[in-house]
Design a protein around this ligand. Structure first.
Ligand SMILES: Nc1ncnc2c1ncn2[C@@H]1O[C@H](COP(=O)(O)OP(=O)(O)O)[C@@H](O)[C@H]1O
Ligand SMILES: [Mg+2]
Length: 431
């Protein structure tokens, strides 16, 4: 089977690794990604939303199945472009991906279908509506409706320190987008639940916890995600009912989208928070998480190409994972996230990585004359698995020392002190 993967980054590198095991991999990307390119039979470097170029290349290569990975390309309708050429896809259409690119649509859909787990929210179109919502809720969160690469949400007490700050940010968003989303601020522990769906059935992957903050102990600005861990079926701060609650919210969402004639086929990612009042939905993504994709794909036991084929056919097959713990850490350029240092040489000692018992995935890097260079974004992910979280963390940490260049990472991700902080937070809330 010939599968085309659209997109490039560490998440896509992990997807490519899995796909190349059981199918002939073809890939489309904007800039040559050294890792994905080396796994592919052939690579098309172009703007992936350029319909003519993409369609004629896929037809010429005889592609059987497509998987469009990044949010930006799903919003641009790259799945629809491929479908229009008769190529089956295991990723959502532009309309189905709206669950991610329009937070107002996601909230309203769930509200209309009485799906549980929603915080109080309001899509506001003027300052008076925002003031009214503020009068009802002590602390709020302000969100742009569209995609912002994780950089648009502002939380009271963290980024916004007064009602005036809130109203100023709302008015900034109203000028740009005419609308903004206000939500009650929740307190709890966050986790990511990713699931395969064929539009009707849902198969969840192990839950993962990401770390958005740049520095040790969750300090500093938000980032695309500095690293993540998973511990098999449940995370350490999680009860079975939390997982079941999240699964049920996602299953009901798939049902609601189907009922509205907008079926979701692909990977649905639920960002959840466990609060003292149960599991709440923070947001949906219409794709794998990055870094969370690496945690789950590392322990995937079913062939990914077979899963994707079954999604495209509308008859999802059973999916199995090994129960191992996983740890992923991103090495990022000096100055990241505000001012990541570009064009610096990075090298990986593959033998040392192998001896550590882990692996590496290339993130936002590029290749020139056989050398690898940084962009301003997350450069290399290290990943490891083991029956014990401590050992998986130790392997990942060992791998960070095998990657050379002006890069840094968060050594605390997946370590016992940080895990205890999470479980303690949860215990305090549930008391
Ligand atoms: N209602 C909320 N209460 C508390 N924190 C929130 C809430 N909504 C979002 N956040 C915080 O902001 C982060 C980003 O919000 P999210 O909706 O996931 O947007 P995006 O990932 O598109 O930036 C979340 O991971 C969470 O930490
Ligand atoms: Mg998010």
């Amino acid at each position: 089977m010939k599968v085309v993967l659209v997109g490039s980054g560490a998440r896509e590198h992990a997807i490519a690794e899995q796909l190349s095991k059981s199918s002939s991999l073809y890939s489309i990307m904007e800039k040559k990604h050294p890792g994905i390119a080396s796994l592919s039979q052939e690579v098309l470097i172009c703007n992936p939303a350029d319909k003519e170029t993409v369609v004629s290349w896929c037809k010429e290569k005889g592609i059987d199945l497509a998987f469009v990975s990044p949010d930006g390309l799903l919003e641009k309708g790259v799945t629809d472009i491929l479908a229009s050429a008769g190529i089956k896809a295991a990723s959502p259409s532009r309309q189905a991906a709206r669950i991610e690119w329009d937070k107002g649509y996601a909230r309203t859909l769930l509200h209309n279908h009485k799906v549980p787990g929603l915080p109080a929210f309001k899509v506001v179109g003027n300052a008076d509506e925002a003031s009214a919502f503020l009068a009802q809720h002590k602390e709020v969160v302000v969100k742009p409706l569209g995609l912002t690469g994780g950089k648009g949400v502002r939380v009271m007490g963290e980024h916004l320190h007064s009602e005036e700050d809130v109203l100023n940010y709302v008015s900034e968003l109203l000028k740009k987008d005419k609308q903004a989303l206000l939500e009650e601020k929740l307190d709890g522990e966050e986790f990511s639940l990713q699931a395969f769906s064929d539009g009707e059935r849902l198969s969840v992957m192990p839950p993962v916890q990401d770390h958005k903050r740049a520095f040790v102990n969750d300090a500093g600005p938000n980032t695309g995600g500095m690293g993540s861990y998973s511990t098999g079926r449940l995370l350490p701060f999680m009860e079975l009912k939390d997982l079941e609650g999240a699964k049920s919210i996602m299953q009901q969402t798939i049902g609601a989208m189907r009922a509205e004639g907008n079926p979701f086929r692909g990977v649905l990612y639920g960002g959840f928070m466990i609060t003292k009042d149960g599991v709440k939905l923070i947001e949906y993504n219409a794709r794998f998480g990055d870094p969370e994709a690496m945690n789950v794909l590392m322990v995937l036991r079913t062939q990914l190409s077979g899963i994707l084929q079954s999604i495209a056919d509308g008859s999802l097959i059973p999916v199995a994972f090994s129960p191992n713990c996983t740890v992923v850490k991103y090495l990022v350029p000096e100055g990241y996230p505000e001012n990541g240092k570009k064009d610096c040489k990075v090298s990986i000692d593959s033998k040392a990585v192998w001896e550590c018992g882990g692996k590496t995935f290339f993130g936002s890097v590029y290749e020139e004359a056989g050398e690898i260079y940084t962009t301003s974004s997350r450069a290399v992910a290290v990943a490891a698995q083991d029956a014990s979280l401590e050992r998986a963390e130790g392997k990942a940490e060992c791998c960070t020392r095998a990657v050379h260049g002006p890069l840094w990472h968060r050594p605390d991700i997946g370590t016992p002190p940080l895990i205890s902080k999470r479980t303690e937070h949860m215990r305090r809330l549930k008391r």
